[in-house]
Design a binder for this molecule. Structure first.
Ligand SMILES: N[C@@H](CCC(=O)N[C@@H](CS)C(=O)NCC(=O)O)C(=O)O
Length: 215
């Protein structure tokens, strides 16, 4: 099995953590990426397999798929243990929704910050930071009575630790007073499958003269 990811890819990091949690023998290859030229030139397998020309891409024999959430589903079907979706149908629906919200409700605010370069004078920056802060508050509430977002540890946690690393980098670090969220981040960073992936992202930022968020 081979996973194509990128050294600064939020979605790629999700798939890398999932593969590590499952303990799968999988080669992880970082596609060419620079801050200046981004993903150009596109890796040949990414161009061939993904019409969106994005990472992550997973190759496993005849299976060649893209999109981090599709990869989660494939890994879960092929390697059911340790389970990373809850067994209970309702809890599973909730976990899937929280995974989607991290990618599609929370993370887009990071994209706005990238576009404005976090300029506090721009109303879009202030609006994005406010949305990030609101989401952190919501997640702190979710974590009051549970260790993980959907109860047991799931892909929803993997998605949110990756997304919140990136938003923190652009000035959207969570308020340290949100102690349930802070405890969750500590719990996540204690996981052997999570810490190396997040530290590698931070290392890439530092290696390129950027300040990595404390996490
Ligand atoms: N929904 C996709 C998003 C993938 C994505 O946006 N990948 C980014 C890297 S984090 C990428 O490859 N961007 C290159 C491009 O869009 O040209 C997923 O979950 O995998």
């Amino acid at each position: 099995m081979k996973l194509l990811s990128g050294p600064l890819s939020m979605y790629g990091a999700k798939a890398q953590i999932a593969v590590a949690e499952k303990g799968i023998a999988c080669e992880v290859e970082m596609v060419p990426f620079t801050l200046k030229d981004r993903y150009s030139p596109t890796h040949s397998d990414v161009a061939r397999i993904n019409p969106k020309r994005q990472v992550p891409v997973l190759l496993d024999g005849t299976v060649e798929i893209f999109d981090s959430t599709q990869i989660f589903e494939y890994l879960e079907d092929k390697f059911p243990t340790p389970a990373l979706w809850p067994a209970d149908i309702e809890a599973r629906a909730h976990a899937r929704l929280m995974e989607l919200k991290s990618d599609e409700v929370f993370f887009p605010s990071f994209v706005v910050l990238l576009q404005t370069l976090g300029d506090p004078q721009k109303p879009e920056t202030r609006s994005a930071l406010a949305k990030i802060a609101d989401y952190h508050l919501e997640m702190d509430g979710v974590l009051v009575h549970r260790d993980y977002i959907a109860g047991s540890y799931t892909y929803a946690d993997i998605a949110f630790i990756c997304a919140s690393f990136f938003t923190s980098f652009m000035g959207g670090a969570p308020d340290p007073e949100l102690r349930h969220l802070a405890a969750w981040r500590k719990r996540m960073m204690a996981r052997p499958a999570v810490a190396p992936v997040i530290h590698a992202l931070a290392g890439y930022l530092r290696g390129n003269g950027l300040t990595a968020p404390a996490i």
